[in-house]
Design a protein. Structure first.
Length: 85
């Protein structure tokens, strides 16, 4: 989830990013999850920052977590994907 708790509480929605197998072809802005097992994932994976979705809070379940350095890379890649105003 990339949205914050206040957004989820106010709107009942979450913004999420796609996580896909690292065996798929890379896209610009992809961030590798270096320790996929610690993140709770079954295989080497990456966050595809170009694929943002909105889901209902009730449709979400915790699948894993990113460490702070990886989350920082994801946020940096998202800013680069969105670009300057």
């Amino acid at each position: 989830m990339i949205s914050n708790a206040e957004f989820a509480h106010r709107h009942g929605l979450l913004w999420v990013l796609m996580i896909t197998s690292a065996s798929n072809a890379a896209w610009a802005g992809d961030v590798a999850i270096t320790d996929f097992e610690a993140a709770g994932l079954p295989a080497p994976s990456l966050v595809r920052t170009a694929k943002i979705a909105t889901i209902q809070c009730g449709d979400a379940g915790l699948l894993g977590t990113l460490d702070d350095p990886t989350l920082g890379l994801v946020l940096k890649a998202m800013r680069a994907t969105i670009g300057p105003r």
